[in-house]
Ligand binder design. Structure first.
Ligand SMILES: [Zn+2]
Ligand SMILES: [Zn+2]
Length: 246
């Protein structure tokens, strides 16, 4: 390792995205506890060993990301839902370790976490069977009020990091055309109603393009569904979704 690398480590030690503790080297062979796609250190650059060990990585339904035993396109949850998106890629369950990172990223000026989280998500995305045909990455936009309160859109930062890691173009072509209330605390039906017709695709997309939507968390799927519907109206042929947690 060059000397200046060790100096940088000394001055700016990597800190865990979830608990902020300094990331110490993982125990020997520790990587074997993680999914195969994470080999190569992306987890070690993002989470400390105790937090990483607490993550419940999702092998999910290829359509909606729900954890299932044998991942296939469609499951008990999305069978009747007719989502407008075609695929979903999720890093992990929204449990303590992941929630810590997502909260820090969204609510506590955690812009710097876009890069490690984005690279980790990109590693996960590289293992998806459909990733090769994606030709555009699009973040879910925040409503104007929340954007000005927070000062940044976490989904846009994530999209840039993923786009850079996968060498894919990123375009903010979705526009919020409806002021929605926070989805937190709403029932599934209310979430769907709240998000209905919330987006517009402001650019014409190349016919049959394959768009990858980026967001931080997927809960009821209402936001991803509406965003996908708008993109398909704008010309997208296939829409995949990637989130950190669900
Ligand atoms: Zn930690
Ligand atoms: Zn499903």
């Amino acid at each position: 390792m060059p000397l200046w690398h060790s100096l940088l480590d000394l001055l700016f030690p990597l800190r865990c995205a979830s608990c902020r503790e300094q990331i110490a080297p993982y125990p020997a062979g520790g990587e074997n506890d993680f999914p195969y796609w994470a080999a190569g250190g992306e987890i070690e650059n993002t989470f400390c060993w105790p937090c990483a060990s607490g993550i419940s990585w999702i092998e999910g339904c290829l359509r909606c990301g729900t954890p299932v035993e044998n991942p296939a396109p469609g499951c008990f949850w999305c069978e009747k839902k007719q989502f407008a998106f075609d695929d979903c890629c999720v890093l992990g369950s929204y449990n303590e370790a992941v929630r810590g990172a997502v909260h820090r990223f969204k609510y506590r000026r955690g812009e710097h976490l876009a890069k490690p989280l984005g690279r980790l998500l990109a590693a996960r995305l590289s293992s998806m069977p459909w990733i090769g045909s994606v030709n555009l990455v699009v973040p879910v936009p925040l409503c104007r009020k929340r954007h000005s309160q927070r000062g940044y859109n976490q989904a846009a930062l994530l999209a840039s990091a993923v786009g850079r890691a996968l060498d894919l173009p990123v375009r903010e072509c979705l526009q919020r055309i409806k002021e929605t209330q926070s989805q937190t605390g709403l029932s599934r039906g209310m979430r769907a109603e709240n998000m209905r017709d919330a987006f517009r695709c402001q650019n014409e997309l190349a016919l049959d393009s394959h768009v990858l939507i980026l967001d931080d968390v997927l809960t009821s799927g209402a936001t991803a569904h509406e965003a996908s519907r708008a993109l398909k109206k704008g010309g997208a042929g296939r829409v995949s979704v990637a989130v950190i947690a669900r």
